[in-house]
Ligand binder design. Sequence first.
Ligand code: PLZ
Length: 453
Amino acid sequence: MTLVDALSVIPVGGPSLPQERRLVTAIPGPKSQELGRRKVESVSAGVGVTLPAYIVAAGGGVLVDVDGNFLIDLGSGIAVTGIGNSAPEVVAAVAAQLAQFTHTCFTVTPYDSYIEVAETLNRLTPGDHAKRSALFNSGAEAVENAVKIARHYTGKQAVVAFDHAYHGRTTLTMGLTAKNQPYKNGFGPFAAEIYRAPTSYPYRDAGLDGVGAARRAISQIEKQVGADNLAALIIEPIQGEGGFIVPAPGFLPTLVDWCRTNEVVFIADEVQTGFARTGDLFASNHEGIVPDLMVMAKGIAGGLPLSAVTGRAEIMDAPQVGGIGGTYGGNPLACAAALATMRSYETENLAQRAREIGAILTGRLNAIRAVDKRVGDVRGRGAMIAIELVDPVTGVPDAALTGRVVAAAHVRGVVLLTCGTYGNVIRFLPPLSISDDLLVEGLQVLASVLAAA
Ligand code: PLZ
């Protein structure tokens, strides 16, 4: 009998799970601890775990662990399960596809759901120009392909990424990612022709407005790279792993204008911000920017692995036939899930739900900030909100406090994630299927553990 079998009744996942925090053992409980021991003996130590409660079911706003604990999910598996875990429409679509065929490889013998995902992305992404899409498996893989396509189209090689950027863990995307620990340390050498520019970080930029921050970046790019060598500029419209940094208004539009005048492909990495997360279908929409290429993953397919690059037809059509592909990209199960997921974002107006969640988060977090000056900043958009914890006198980032707060929340059954270059940001990424009551309870736990930390 395995440990999972030993759980007397394993609940079925999805939104019908009881929506409550319920702790029946310590976190992690004995069965999770036993699995943790097996992990050490079987899984590479390089694969870390944030909260070692092993999950058997999830849905709505809860995760159920192998010991029978119900945890409040404020992470969505890093912004993936926006429509909820095991959302019924995704389960039905994937089950139907599962019974038909599981794989052919689209580039060998194709199928229609890949086309329909491409058509949907071409329609939903910003801009009414002619577009094309290509499908992949992970965010990093899609980022790599966006860079390949931009290089092919422009005949140029250099790529600019920004301070605090995160674009993945493959060799090319590690080079684009800014932070050394844990993503890059010891894994070099990194790919050539990647350059870094300063971003817009209003909380730490002291008076620099968006246009000013963009001019600073552009000046550095012109001096250190040269537009004639630059294939693409890649940026997250709200930086995710780097600390939920919302650039000052005007920063992104100024960069887009400069790219357009200088024949540089503007790539928006919406892997974390995409699909209703920020209160609009894409974060680019908040400032009305129209990226040349957009990279998407995470929220696109309700938890199944799928990613995409969508962009201007003339750029996307530049590579030679057969130059873009992969065995699993646009797998039929993932496409079925994506079609069901994207339909829900539209028909259930989940962007509106993200804005409601954002109002609850920012209201409660700003109230905490008013009485606790260690909360230096509350920022983000929609259901992508964070607090930055600092020394109240010096403003120096307080990663130790952040670690204590998050660990204490975990023990009380709230899944909370950190981020930030300085490790001092707590981020809130609840599934959009969470109830107000559960969200508020999660925030009450946060308030009490912060007060005690
Ligand atoms: N671009 C903007 O946020 C993934 C990383 C988790 P993959 N972010 C979560 C971790 O510790 O590995 C991400 C992102 C942005 C690209 C990626 C990469 O997406 O699907 O993880 O490859």
